[in-house]
Design a binder for this molecule. Structure first.
Ligand code: SF4
Length: 365
């Protein structure tokens, strides 16, 4: 197949669904890690085509959703300083902090600007030498190379008014945390194809080995996801646990080595708090000491910020596949994309937003 719409071919999709039904003899719980995959599943109703008992649960792979409340509050505190220009991806503006979001901070006079890449933030810093430009650098391994490149470029140019508030998260430690949890229900994972395009597949081998859990690297189109489900079911029904790559048109085993090199030069692995989930050891990235001058946490005196999630929001259980968004009493009532209580309702990759857009009827049943 060469064209995107071929990966949405209805006839081929029904063939895969029939084969999944033929292979499935008992109940299984599978998790797609990435919020982009969740949105495809909801948009095309893929979960509703699967045999009864074969359940898809949604993972923590929405970068906006897992950025800790403390980082949002720090970004807002920085944005409200008169000398600061806070630059962020657009998705982050509506994510609720403990009191405000960046959108409301902007309405109060904060200089908050939206960028589509970190290099735009570097350009803003160059154009505003009398201001301090802070880029809110969030995301999984997919955005880390570009963010690393921005810090590298700023250092090379000797830019003194650019820094990054880093809140990067890593997929494999999150899978490990899910697997060691007493509440885990997941028996097979669809790993995120874009993350593996950067990082390759190697990191997932130890998860397969340590937990005897099948992992299939999957893409983002309906046929990608159905094929990934079929590959997982074949393994599970045969009692196997292997790492397989469905997304071969993008993912190689070793990944994008130059991208990994720039990440390693600029970042080091560190413990990281995930919004709603808590601290996961060695599951994030922070700037190396050589880049301390570009680390907003070290450039500004931000102090320690400790905040509590709104009690009503069950996003922690949603992000761990323990509950569906429609199990949340606030879903579609007190929590909507216009008035979100939690980050999964804001983000274009959030599970709650996916259910709101494509599965709102389910709340009435
Ligand atoms: S529907 Fe809203 S309140 Fe409920 S879990 Fe999702 S984001 Fe949180």
């Amino acid at each position: 197949m060469k064209y995107l719409d071929e990966y949405r071919d209805e006839r081929l999709a029904h063939g895969l669904v029939a084969e999944i039904a033929r292979q499935t003899t008992r109940a299984w719980v599978l998790m797609e890690i990435c919020g982009g995959q969740t949105h495809t599943i909801m948009r095309y109703g893929l979960d509703e085509l699967l045999p009864r008992g074969l359940e898809l649960v949604h993972g923590p792979g929405c970068p906006v959703c897992v950025t800790p409340l403390e980082s949002i509050d720090k970004a807002i505190a920085l944005a409200l300083r008169s000398e600061v220009i806070l630059v962020s991806y657009g998705d982050m503006l509506r994510v609720p902090g403990s009191r405000l979001d960046l959108f409301r901070a902007k309405a109060q006079g904060a200089d908050v600007r939206v960028a589509y890449s970190p290099t735009e933030a570097v350009k803003i810093a160059r154009a505003n030498p009398d201001r301090k430009v802070v880029f809110l650098a969030i995301g999984f391994e997919t955005t880390a190379p570009a963010n690393a490149m921005a810090a590298w470029q700023a250092k090379r140019e000797g830019l003194q008014n650019f820094s990054m508030l880093v809140s990067h998260v890593l997929v494999p430690p999150a899978i490990r945390a899910l697997m060691v949890s007493d509440t885990n229900r997941v028996q097979g994972f669809i790993a995120p194809g874009h993350v593996c395009t950067v990082m390759g597949c190697d990191e997932y081998e130890s998860l397969v080995r340590d937990f005897r859990v099948p992992i299939v690297v999957g893409g983002f189109e309906p046929l990608d996801l159905l094929e990934a489900v079929l590959m997982l079911i074949r393994q599970l029904e045969a009692g196997q646990a292997k790492l397989e790559n469905q997304y071969v048109r993008s993912v190689s085993y070793s990944g994008n080595v130059p991208a990994q090199r720039i990440m390693q030069e600029v970042f080091e692995v560190a413990d990281q708090k995930w919004r709603g989930i808590g601290m996961i050891p060695l599951s994030g990235l922070r700037l190396r000491d050589e880049y301390a001058a570009y680390d907003a946490n070290r450039v500004f005196d931000l102090g320690e910020i400790t905040v509590e999630e709104p009690a009503e929001c069950i996003s922690a259980q949603v992000l761990q596949g323990l509950k569906k968004p429609t199990d949340c009493p606030a879903f579609g009532m007190r929590c909507t994309p216009e008035n979100p209580l939690g980050a999964p309702m804001v983000s274009s990759e959030g599970a709650c937003a996916a259910y709101y857009h494509y599965r709102r009827h389910a709340v009435a049943s």
